[in-house]
Design a protein around this ligand. Structure first.
Ligand code: ZN
Length: 495
């Protein structure tokens, strides 16, 4: 009886949370200019309601009672366990703390916008200092073993520890650094053909076609345009993707479309009968990102995928691509180049961008460095790992919004995503020996089926580590990423 009560309460909480998500989605896509002010108020009201429902004492009592109920199924037990964890976390923070944090975030966000506009990090220092102070407090309130940063990462990647992430980045330094340096020394392939004029409507149509080909269900979702591409959902049967189209840069639409498509496929693969329950939602940001990156990189930047799709692309854009062979196209979309901007980075150098942010965050949280010195620390790290001289704050320490939002502990999930993706894709190929041939024939359904069975359908029933072990027989291992890039880029760059 009380599991039913818990389910009822959680379903209502999900209704409110998804209603907030609808309003947020609309705000990023279709809202008319004058609608913004009331929209902020609408979202705040509903957020207050959701917070009340999530911290409702009755809910806490039901959960504590259910925790001792041995008659529950495995999935019910897991839902109770995770709901209780969330309940405990949301009741740990006082209203004063929540208000202090949200005020600091809006101040920091404004300061970040202004600092970027004036290309001056100094403007951001006081607000960011306050954010860091609050993050340290937050780690103490949340509680942790070994390292305060563990508490912050746990919000995005439950169970991840500094010890594990340090080991991964030690591998990045030791193995990826010399490999990338060898590539930097080689002649670069040409990718200038991606920066010609590609008309908006044709790009859009091609993107929609690709989404269909990778298995996105348009009866349970749609795609729209927004300034910054993202994926959101209002349950597994209504998943919203957004993309953007830049007529002078074909990369923008192409990669965001496939990347968000990968996120969307994950959401559509969750169990609809677990609506609103922990086992009806994604495991972690790292696993979420593994799905988007698997589609974007392991599939979307593979030769097999373009053997299937390049002919059609050439037909749509003959004036741009008629003289570009499949081989030139494939090499061009896989160009490796040191850069300032994380979001523009190729799949190799990307991880240096993340490692730099991770090292900085850890040190800020333990207090071994200070915000006022960040610009220098940032620029030195970029020189060391990416061999670039950062020319302005805007393309340097001010490029990401994450810190202004208080998102400390978030960045490592991007690298985790790529490393998990390589391991999953490797296993899918082993389990489905004809996978590559099917992809070449334009059939991506076996890949989706493998991901559905091994990852999507479980929701939070298993942890990230458990899912990885169940699907691939071992814990996350950097070796798979390194093998993947060594073979692929060794071939493209002639070793
Ligand atoms: Zn993503």
């Amino acid at each position: 009886m009380s599991y039913k009560k818990f389910e009822e309460k959680y379903t209502k909480l999900a209704d409110v949370s998804y209603a907030i998500a609808v309003l947020n989605w609309d705000q990023e896509t279709y809202i008319p200019q004058k609608g913004s002010e009331k929209r902020a108020q609408q979202i705040a009201t509903l957020s207050g309601m959701a917070h009340k429902m999530a911290t409702n004492k009755k809910l806490g009592k039901i959960l504590k009672k259910l925790k001792k109920d041995d008659s529950l199924s495995e999935i019910e037990k897991k839902n109770v366990k995770l709901a209780l964890k969330d309940f405990k976390i949301s009741t740990k923070f006082s209203t004063e703390f929540v208000m202090k944090e949200s005020k600091a975030i809006s101040t920091a966000f404004q300061a970040w916008i202004k600092a970027r506009k004036e290309d001056n990090f100094d403007i951001y220092i006081p607000a960011l200092t306050e954010i860091v102070k609050i993050q340290r407090e937050k780690a103490e309130i949340l509680g942790y073993k070994e390292h305060p940063y563990n508490a912050l990462m746990d919000q995005f990647e439950p169970g991840a520890t500094v010890k594990e992430i340090d080991t991964l980045f030690a591998d990045v330094k030791e193995k990826l650094t010399p490999f990338t340096e060898k590539i930097f020394a080689q002649a670069k392939p040409n990718n200038s053909f991606m920066f010609q004029h590609f008309p908006h409507q044709k790009q859009w149509d091609f993107g929609m076609n690709i989404l269909e080909k990778i298995g996105f269900d348009f009866e349970a979702g749609r795609q729209d345009l927004s300034e910054h591409p993202f994926t959101t959902n209002f349950g597994a049967e209504d998943v919203r993707l957004t993309t953007r189209v830049n007529e002078e840069n074909f990369y923008d639409m192409l990669w965001s479309c496939i990347h968000e498509g990968g996120h969307g496929l994950y959401e559509q693969g969750l169990k609809p009968d677990q609506y609103g329950m922990p086992c009806g939602s994604a495991i972690s940001l790292g696993i979420h990102e593994s799905q988007s990156r698997l589609y974007e990189n392991n599939l979307g930047r593979s030769k097999a995928f373009w053997i299937a799709n390049y002919g059609e692309l050439q037909k749509i854009f003959p004036e741009n691509l008629d003289n570009i062979s499949l081989d030139e196209f494939y090499k061009g979309i896989n160009m490796v180049e040191p850069s300032f901007i994380r979001t523009d980075a190729d799949e190799l150098t990307y991880h240096f961008h993340i490692m730099i942010r991770y090292e900085i965050e850890k040190k800020l949280i333990v207090g071994s460095i200070e915000v006022k010195d960040l610009k220098q620390i940032w620029n030195d790290a970029y020189k060391k790992y990416l061999k670039v001289d950062v020319t302005s704050d805007k393309v340097g320490v001010l490029q990401d919004v994450h810190w202004a939002h208080g998102g400390f502990g978030y960045f490592p999930t991007y690298s985790l995503g790529s490393f998990y993706a390589a391991q999953f894709f490797d296993q899918a190929k082993k389990d489905v020996p004809s996978l590559e041939k099917e992809i070449i024939d334009g059939d991506n359904s076996s890949l989706l089926k493998w991901l559905r069975e091994n990852i999507h359908q479980h929701g939070k029933l298993y942890t990230a580590k458990e899912v990885c072990e169940k699907a691939t027989g071992e814990p996350l291992n950097f070796k798979y990423f390194m093998d993947y890039v060594s073979i692929k880029y060794g071939e493209i760059y002639g070793k």
